[in-house]
Write a protein that binds this ligand. Structure first.
Ligand code: ZN
Ligand code: ZN
Length: 302
């Protein structure tokens, strides 16, 4: 009996119902109209409210204002980060392969899984922090690093119109110090030391690659046409963030499913109420309301 109740409450209850997703998320997320419910499955009231709702997207006044804040200085920072990061990725890949021994393959597999899980959790933590706290008005951080998160909620498909630099600049910046330290270790340690710590190096390498790739994977989860077959394969087998899975985050007020690398941790974190507990603790201790700035931008429709 208790097991049945627990399994019903914990496992069978969906995080968001299909109805909730359709009513409270932006249709721009699904430009091919691959909606989960047909409109006849919606009640009269819901259909009427959907038709009346102003569509959020490129014409949203708040989104236009935020897009204009993308500066030349920011672009320069992104270009520098992308080029240095790619150079370090290639260098570290060469070093990792040079020191690889076949007998260490099982360690490498375990390190890879933990590397991916760490990157997924990190993506959730950073995304949650940026979505939930702070304001675009904050000096430096606001316009340069919080702005894209606010823009993404009111114009989700703007990410599909961003080029490689704008999409990946910030994530490549986060991966930079890890890749830098890794290369430093390879050059300053003896062969024996490198072999001893090989699993840790493989973990750090794969973790940083997944951190760097996160916003590209996120962009693919918003792309409804023209994706290469291998990307669709990875999405369909939930090796990277699938499109339907990420829609759950884009249901207003954007309070769950923050992990955007693979999304593997979204369901367990939601079930243990990880984000809402953290928010309650922060609100109690600081008095700041979660998502106050995000809500303010969402209101700037006209
Ligand atoms: Zn978000
Ligand atoms: Zn998104």
């Amino acid at each position: 009996m208790i097991v049945t109740i627990i399994s019903t409450l914990l496992i069978k209850t969906p995080v968001k119902t299909d109805q909730e997703i359709l009513q409270n998320s932006m249709l721009e997320d699904d430009p091919n109209s691959n909606t989960i419910l047909t409109s006849s499955a919606l009640s009269e009231d819901n259909r009427a409210s959907l038709e009346k709702r102003p569509r959020w997207g490129p014409q949203h006044k708040g989104a236009q204002e935020l897009a204009k804040l993308y500066s030349n200085g920011k672009r320069t920072q992104e270009i520098i980060c992308v080029y240095i990061c790619i150079s370090l990725m290639v260098l570290n890949l060469g070093l990792i392969l040079r020191h690889f021994r076949l007998e260490r393959i099982s360690y490498v597999v375990v390190a890879a899984v933990f590397g991916i899980l760490t990157a997924d959790f990190g993506s959730g933590l950073v995304h949650w922090g940026a979505d939930t706290w702070g304001s675009v008005d904050l000096p430096i951080v606001g316009k340069n690093f919080l702005r894209p998160f606010r823009e993404h909620h009111i114009d989700p498909t703007s990410i599909t119109r961003h080029d490689f630099i704008e999409t990946n600049g910030d994530n490549f910046m986060v991966a930079l110090p890890i890749l830098g330290k890794l290369a430093w270790n390879f050059f300053t340690r003896t062969n024996a030391e490198i072999q001893q710590d090989y699993a840790i190096s493989a973990y750090l390498f794969l973790c940083s690659i997944f951190i760097a790739m996160t916003n590209q994977i996120h962009k693919w989860s918003h792309t409804y046409w023209g994706l290469p077959k291998w990307v669709l394969f990875l999405q369909n087998h939930h090796i990277i963030l699938p499109r339907r899975h990420h829609r759950i985050h884009h249901v207003a007020p954007h309070e769950t499913y923050f992990c955007i690398t693979t999304g593997w941790l979204n369901w367990p974190l939601e079930k243990i109420k990880f984000w809402s507990t953290l928010e309650a603790i922060i609100e109690l201790s600081t008095g700041h309301k979660p998502r106050a700035d995000d809500f303010k931008w969402a209101q700037k429709r006209t």
